[in-house]
Design a protein. Sequence first.
Length: 249
Amino acid sequence: MELRVAHLYPDVMNIYGDRGNVIALRYRCEARDIRFHLGQVNIGNPFNPAEFDLVLIGGGQDREQRRIAGDLVGRGPAIREAIGHGLPALAVCGGFQLFGHRYVDHDGSIIPGIGVFDLETRHPGPVADRCIGDVVLETELGEVVGFENHGGRTYLALDQAPFGRVRRGFGNNAVDGFEGARHNNAIGTYLHGSLLPKNPRLADELILAALRRRYGPEVDLAPLDDTPERAANQNAAAIAIRRSRRATG
């Protein structure tokens, strides 16, 4: 089997180590003798989502988001259609915001998104505190850990499912307790860190969804020794809980 991954705008949207998500996916595929093909899609490059099994996009500052927004919007209909038919995707931070409808910047200017998720992000203003720190989530896949650093506040539509609920950290907007969003096999989240190396179950969920979509529902993944990954996950969760207690103590 082969996993074909499209990495959108890796030269621009790669803040806080998001490229580590690609490294984790490659490692977990090659450890199982699954061929790994990476296609890097930068501004102006040809891109047909139907030729890939999984789409990744990382985070970036507002400047980088403006830089890619026009190009991404042009690809929006094809990406939405593919995700509607089950294409898995992982959109992190700035990429997550642009997979919503729009991002309203601190000065009121609008950066358009592509509407994969039914949500909007608004910046509360230049004097507002950023949402920064370690995060622990409860998700359908169990506990997920990571690190968030974002100024925008994201608000989900009533029928938009979150990726998880916040146990520690701020989440989408520091108010409603939600983090990220999920639609079919697409996940949006604010979690950096990189996310997938510390969350092997999530990495395998994306790989499995991608392979089953291409090769059929009988596909399964051989287990791996995830001792280092589990240790990293537990350590990140412990740090988040410890820092949270200090902040509230």
